[in-house]
Structures are given as C-alpha cells and as structure tokens.
Design a protein. Structure first.
Length: 159
C-alpha cells in the first residue's frame, strides 16, 4: 500500500517521517547525505568499466571511506546544498602526511540521485583544499574552478 504524501496533513507527514526513521535505525539503514553519497560513489565505481572496484572501509576509519582491491584509499565527501565539502582531518603529528590516494566529491541532486562525481588525486586535493579554522581541518570549496582541477567522472547535465 502506497501513501500519497501530498494527501497527508503536516502533523501526519511529520509522524510518518519519525516512524520511518525509527524503523530504518532498527534495521541499521542510514540515510544521512554522506552515507547516500558513499553508496552511490561505490556503486558507480563498481559498475563502470575501467574504474577500480571499491569496498566500503570499516565504519569509523579516519578519512577513508572505501578501499580498492589494490589498496588505494578513497575519502568520499558528499554535498547536497553545501558550498564546501565535509572536513578532512590532518595527521596531528605530521600535517603534510598523505591520508588517502583519492578524494571523491559526490554532488547529489535534490532528489538524492547522483548529479556529479569528481575524483581528485592527493596532489590535486592539496592544490584545492582550504583550511577550516573552527574545525582544524581541510575542506574543498565547491566552485567550478576548484572542481575543474579534479577529474569529472560523471555529470548528469552532460550525460
């Protein structure tokens, strides 16, 4: 039985959301923007000939969200409405220490589908990163000039 959300009163719609989120937590299903982006990026890589097959990294692995079969580390940052990616925390002992081989920036459309996917090498990340003083961490500003430094693997508007 499908429910037409437009037919629900505001209070009923809010109650439905709470019920759904509770059930998803019970089942261990996460629907955060970051988790959705990670799944989309990994699925894109695994279904695209010529790209590495990726496996999710262990939950809680610092700055690494996926691993390739040949050992490359991937950090995945997802944006929906933001002007900058999430943070990348530097090594406290050696701030210039390489934390991953590739950074993937996943842009989501308003319906949470994949809008664009950019791949940055560590060297490219170092060129485009900016420092967040409040978080004591790096991020990538989301602008055409910064994104153009990476390799655009997918863009819905071009495809």
């Amino acid at each position: 039985m499908l429910i037409d959300p437009a037919s629900l009163k505001d209070d009923d719609l809010i109650s439905l959301r709470i019920i759904i989120e509770q059930e998803m937590r019970t089942r261990g299903i996460s629907v955060s923007v970051g988790d959705i982006g990670e799944v989309l990026a990994i699925n894109f890589y695994n279904s695209t000939p010529g790209l590495s097959n990726l496996n999710p990294a262990l939950h809680g692995t610092k700055n690494v969200d996926a691993l390739s079969r040949n050992g490359d580390r991937y950090s995945i940052k997802t944006i929906l409405k933001a002007k900058k990616t999430g943070t990348v925390y530097p090594d406290t002992e050696n701030p210039d220490h390489q934390l991953f081989e590739y950074l993937l920036v996943v842009k989501l459309a308003q319906d949470y589908s994949l809008e664009a996917l950019y791949q940055f090498t560590w060297e490219q990340f170092v060129k485009v990163r900016a420092w967040d003083r409040r978080m004591n961490a790096w991020y990538v500003p989301v602008s055409k000039s910064r994104l153009s430094v990476g390799h655009c693997l997918y863009n819905k508007t071009i495809s």
